[in-house]
Design a protein around this ligand. Structure first.
Ligand code: NAD
Length: 356
């Protein structure tokens, strides 16, 4: 297994591996860049098929966090962690405690939040062993950042509609959501309230049924969701769903979802552009959760966090305008803008969100 030459390595500052004989914990912490602050990012638990798959995932996710935080104007770097295992059958309290110890051993260069396969309870258990966790503060405001992520994605969808058609109404529009978990469910709620017809698929029948019964989401088979005949596609499950096989089948004109690393490869951004599909970069529009986490850590209120999340709409508008005028991929333009923001923050540190 290669590390330094791994495709997603991209000059990571730190990659740390852990095996704990007592609990069976196998985990990786990756910190991509701490220029703007500690590497803050979710702790994902997933039954990876191989070590390579786990390493690839954590490196790509960690790198994405650097750009996400920079573009959101947050004083945070990029980091992520993964626990190898099936959260439904292998998660134990002892395993979460051991993960807390592992995070603590990094001395604050990595701060964990919840992610796919982990929840507020798990992060709280880790928090018994280390202060370097987020999303669990008992300050009257805190906990699950997923509703904030969903809000940011929703605002991104509105921005994309405005860019494409000049309007900002969801009435008469059809949206397909892949994955009705923590984020997908709240996104469906916003979209339904905005007047959209929402289709959804989930491999977990409990999550699918909840959205169908509580929000009138129209169920589709998981195999059909990416190619559904809709206006907007919102991937809210796993990464790499936009690839050589799926892109020719997509019928939506706009793709805007919460899942990290939706593009399987760089070429897939070009494939979407060639098909005239407007892709809203995931790390830009799913930043609501990390913005929320930042305000939780600072002990600040929901009003300031919400105002900050609302800036996603303008930032996406800027990216889409630049991409259009230069006939360039939205993902490339968003990364370029993130690097500009990082440089500006280094030149004038006070321009970062001053809530910390
Ligand atoms: P989650 O685990 O709560 O929900 C994901 C859902 O997708 C689950 O219900 C799962 O059963 C379903 N799913 C998995 N594979 C599927 C498939 N092939 N087809 C249909 N459904 C499938 O996770 P979440 O917290 O809602 O996060 C969703 C995505 O958004 C993840 O990629 C996560 O990394 C990303 N994200 C989440 C946040 C957050 O605040 N939670 C923030 C930024 C990014």
């Amino acid at each position: 297994m290669s590390v330094f030459s791994a495709p997603a390595y991209d000059q990571h500052e730190l990659v740390s591996f852990c095996t704990d004989k007592k609990t069976g914990l196998r985990a990786i912490i990756a910190v991509h860049d701490t220029t703007l602050g500690p590497g803050v990012g979710g702790c994902r638990m997933f039954p990876y098929a191989s070590d390579e798959e786990a390493l690839h995932d954590v490196l790509r996710l960690s790198r994405g966090m650097t750009y996400k935080s920079a573009l959101a104007g947050l004083p945070m770097g990029g980091g992520k962690s993964v626990i190898v295992g099936d959260p439904r059958v292998e998660k134990t309290r002892a395993l979460m405690e051991a993960m807390g110890d592992f995070i603590q051993s990094q001395g604050g260069r990595y701060v964990a939040a919840e992610d796919s396969g982990t929840g507020v309870t798990d992060i709280s258990i880790m928090g018994e062993r280390t202060p370097f966790v987020s999303g669990v503060q008992d300050n009257g405001y805190g906990g699950d950042p997923s509703p904030s992520t969903a809000l940011g994605v929703y605002l991104g969808i509105l921005s994309a509609i405005t860019h494409r058609s000049g309007g900002n109404s969801l009435r008469g529009l059809r949206v397909a959501i892949q994955g009705l978990g923590n984020v997908g469910f709240h996104l469906a709620r916003h979209l339904r309230a905005g007047g959209a017809t929402v289709y959804g698929a989930d491999i977990n029948p409990t999550n699918l049924n909840r959205a169908v019964t509580e929000l009138d989401v129209l169920p589709l088979e998981s195999a059909d969701i990416l190619s559904a005949d809709v206006d907007i596609l919102a991937p809210c499950a796993m990464g790499a769903v936009l690839n050589e096989q799926s892109i020719p089948q997509i019928r939506a004109a706009i793709i805007a979802g919460a899942a990290n690393n939706q593009l399987a490869t760089f070429d897939d951004g070009a494939r979407l552009e060639a098909r005239g599909i407007l892709y809203c970069p995931d790390f830009l529009i799913n930043a609501g959760g990390i913005i929320d986490v930042h305000y939780q850590r600072a002990g600040s209120g929901t009003v300031a966090a919400r105002a900050h999340i609302e800036r996603i709409e303008q930032t996406l508008g800027e990216v889409l305008r630049r991409a259009d005028s230069g006939h360039r991929q939205t993902q490339v333009v968003a990364e370029e803008l993130a690097r500009e923001y990082m440089q500006a923050a280094i030149d004038a540190p006070l321009s970062l969100a001053g809530v910390g």
